[in-house]
Design a protein around this ligand. Structure first.
Ligand SMILES: NC(=O)c1ccc[n+]([C@@H]2O[C@H](COP(=O)([O-])OP(=O)(O)OC[C@H]3O[C@@H](n4cnc5c(N)ncnc54)[C@H](OP(=O)(O)O)[C@@H]3O)[C@@H](O)[C@H]2O)c1
Length: 345
């Protein structure tokens, strides 16, 4: 093969080679482009999300990661450039979103045709990808799990983050009063979203919340887990819902991926049993994990419409070239930005 032909069929990608610092463990390389197998398509990536999942994979604290080395990248938006046999719903040229959970940080991704969702032509790729995992998570938690509406109050932890900025905007749009936790440097950004900021390091957060909302809040959205779930439970009004959507509490050693989730699972089970015996004043705790399917597609389509209507404007912290994947993860780790980091291959 000539050098020119090799270039035309090359696929730039990022490999995660092991646990450790992003600067040493995220390596750029080039391989041949994938060819789609049966039921699969190859998507030319326009934008891929950088998420906390990659941070957890680098720390070996993510549940069920692939074996090192692998291409990370939780979600993507791009265009189908090749389709394998048995692909009937999609055609070459269609613009799509996918959530493969890993593999998105490359120019060309082979992925299952079954779990794609359509993306409108006019939507900016970075804005669209910010909605795939984080947007659907926010939409599902707000509407399906907590079922909040006008007049309700919610506590959103991490209101300055990828999920939190979207969840806050959605909730405020639906007439929900939002108390949003963040580090003090980001309180102006949280205020700009329409929420009332609180520092998540406040020593007695439930009392601080009860001062603002004496009857308690109708929902708490928590991604930290551990004892924070007890604080969240104590803030709930009768009939309220505590949604646990991760356990990213610090202090666990690499490889102890299951341990942070044990307190959340235990509390969810105990509170479910207590609620069954009507001992919780109607309060409940549930867990959420985003997955593809009909609900995912419907939520994503609704989110795209809300962007068009000007209701939702996903915050893009930065757009990085693929080669700067390590810089993007470092920015996430440093916690100095607001919103979503996106890779543009
Ligand atoms: N269950 C699911 O399906 C699902 C889907 C998507 C994401 N997630 C999870 O959701 C979490 C957030 O993801 P993301 O993309 O929004 O991450 P992100 O952009 O890095 O945001 C993290 C947020 O957490 C805040 N934070 C840091 N320490 C905190 C603490 N002790 N208490 C409360 N908030 C704290 C940060 O605030 P400062 O920056 O101000 O410190 C920031 O707002 C991650 O754990 C991710 O794995 C779960």
């Amino acid at each position: 093969m000539t050098a020119d032909a090799a270039h035309r069929t090359a696929n730039a990608r990022i490999m995660m080679t092991g646990s450790g610092a992003p600067e040493t463990r995220l390596v750029s390389c080039r391989d041949p482009r994938p060819v789609p197998g049966r039921g699969k398509v190859v998507v030319q990536v326009e934008a891929a999300g950088v998420s906390y999942a990659e941070v957890q994979m680098l720390r070996r604290l993510h549940p069920f990661p692939p074996r090192f080395p692998f291409v990370p990248g939780y979600d993507l938006v791009g265009r189908i450039v090749a389709a394998g046999s048995d692909v009937t719903r999609w055609r070459v040229g269609d613009r799509v979103a996918a959530m493969p959970r890993h593999g998105a940080w490359q120019e060309y991704v082979e992925t299952s045709a079954k779990t794609l969702a359509a993306v409108p032509e006019h939507l900016d790729a970075a804005v669209a990808v910010a909605l795939v995992t984080n947007g659907v998570t926010s939409h599902e938690m707000l509407h399906r799990l907590a079922a909040l509406g006008p007049g309700d109050t919610a506590l959103v932890h991490g209101a300055s983050g990828g999920v939190g900025t979207l969840l806050t905007q959605l909730a405020v749009h639906h007439g929900v009063r939002v108390l949003g936790t963040a580090s003090p440097a980001k309180h102006d950004a949280v205020r700009a979203l329409g929420a009332e900021p609180l520092d998540y390091r406040t020593p007695d957060l439930p009392s601080a919340v009860r001062e603002l909302v004496p009857g308690g809040v109708q929902a708490v959205f928590d991604h930290i887990g551990g004892r924070g779930l007890d604080a969240g439970w104590a803030m709930l009004a009768d009939g309220g819902t505590l949604v646990s959507f991760d356990s990213s509490v610090a202090g666990y050693r690499p490889g102890q991926w299951f341990r942070p989730h044990v307190p959340a699972l235990r509390r969810t089970a105990v509170r479910w049993a207590a609620r069954t015996f009507k001992l919780t004043s109607g309060r409940r705790q549930c867990m959420y994990y985003v997955k593809p399917g009909a609900g995912f597609d419907a939520a994503l389509a609704a989110l795209f419409r809300l962007v068009d209507e000007g209701v939702l404007s996903p915050r893009i912290a930065a757009r990085h070239p693929l080669d700067d994947a390590a810089g993007a993860v470092r920015a996430l780790l440093d916690g100095t930005t607001v919103g979503k980091h996106v890779l543009i291959p």
